[in-house]
Write a protein that binds this ligand. Structure first.
Ligand code: SAM
Ligand code: SF4
Length: 341
């Protein structure tokens, strides 16, 4: 038998010269909420057999770290509902100790944070993104279908007690939370948390929910916010696509993620991995590479490295998200919970 090809230890640079240093991993497609812009109420989830084990996910993430990824974000679905997920965090935390990784972080709906905040902090997680679109309990229940705002608030308290820095993500939804931005700014900044507003993206069928009705261009939200607050542009970046402003009245930071009204692809440094080992080179495109077969095909990482290199060589220039009356179908048929936000 011919010997296997040697490891390719090279860093990942795509055809447009972008250095890939950020990996987002959806560790499960399951969730304890059913947010109206993210999931249909009667979602069908992947059979467990198709999902990578936590050991496989750790091996896959570690291969990316070896190839130059400096920032890892675990997401989902809801990452903290995956059974035993702390063992994955612990395993990946080792790369923080060796200095191979700068940051290990997560995006969560906060429902399980009260349980895990201390352990996450002990592992070396420093920052957490918590998604919260409204401070109104009833509205929160309607938006998430199954969520309990008090439980999320307890999670945020626990995370802050544990010393974690929190960034609040809120999806801007027309007619739902568009009158609440001022309140969200005062609340998050009052607690020392950044707030980031996100434009709703056309991903996945929602079962009756009309995407066009939800869409609120953030340019409008910003104009509205600027009536009550003074926004000063900053060059603060977190490695993600948000553009940040300082709100002079609160001293806090407000970010905007505007995939639809402002294209941020030219500085994209990230790729996304699903819990089945599928690598998406762009959140807004269909092209993907299967890393599960090469992962399982050999105990060494040679096949995997080759598949990663081939995938990065296909990273597209940008996405083609459009929401308007002529485009009724989602631009991307998979839900956000598959690739992770
Ligand atoms: N369950 C976790 C949470 O909610 O934070 C992590 C996964 S969730 C898919 C990640 C982020 O994607 C959340 O901030 C959520 O609000 C956002 N999101 C989900 N569907 C979206 C959509 N269609 N457009 C824009 N953001 C979306
Ligand atoms: Fe679950 Fe997050 Fe999607 Fe809401 S946005 S349904 S919490 S994965």
């Amino acid at each position: 038998m011919a010997p296997e090809a040697p490891y390719i230890e090279s860093v990942m640079i795509d055809p447009f010269g972008r250095h890939i240093t950020y990996l987002r991993v959806s560790v499960t497609d399951r969730c304890d909420f059913r947010c109206v812009y993210c999931m249909a109420e009667d979602m069908t989830f992947l059979p467990k057999a198709e999902v990578l084990s936590l050991e496989e996910l750790e091996r896959l993430c570690s291969a990316f770290v070896r190839r130059g990824v400096r920032k890892l974000r675990l997401t989902g679905g809801e990452p903290l509902v995956r059974k035993n997920v702390m063992s994955l965090f612990r395993g990946l935390g080792r790369h923080l100790e060796t200095g191979a990784l700068d940051e290990l972080t997560l995006t969560t709906n906060g429902s399980q944070l009260a349980k895990y905040a201390r352990e996450l902090a002990a592992i070396g997680v420093k920052r957490v993104n918590v998604s919260m679109d409204t401070l109104d309990k009833q509205k929160f229940r309607q938006l998430t279908r199954w969520g309990d705002l008090d439980q999320v608030m307890r999670g945020i308290d626990a995370a802050q007690d544990a010393g974690l820095h929190i960034k609040i993500n809120a999806v801007a939804l027309r007619g739902v939370n568009d009158t609440e931005f001022d309140q969200l700014i005062r609340w998050s900044h009052g607690r020392g948390m950044d707030l980031v507003l996100i434009e709703v993206m056309p991903m996945g069928e929602l079962g009756g929910e009309a995407r066009l009705d939800q869409y609120l261009p953030l340019s409008l939200a910003r104009t509205d916010i600027a009536r009550h607050f003074t926004l000063t542009e900053t060059d603060y970046r977190t490695g993600g696509p948000a553009r940040y402003f300082t709100v002079e009245e609160t001293g806090g930071r407000l970010g905007f993620i505007t995939p639809l009204t402002h294209n941020f692809c030219e500085s994209c440094n990230r790729v996304r991995l699903t819990c089945t080992g599928t690598l998406y080179m762009c959140l807004g495109q269909e092209d993907a590479a299967d890393l599960r077969a090469p992962l399982r095909g050999s105990p060494s990482d040679a096949l995997l490295d080759q598949a990663i290199s081939e995938a990065i060589a296909r990273k597209p220039k940008g996405h083609d998200f459009i929401i308007d009356r002529r485009h009724k179908a989602p631009a991307v048929p998979r839900h956000m919970s598959v690739t992770g936000g």
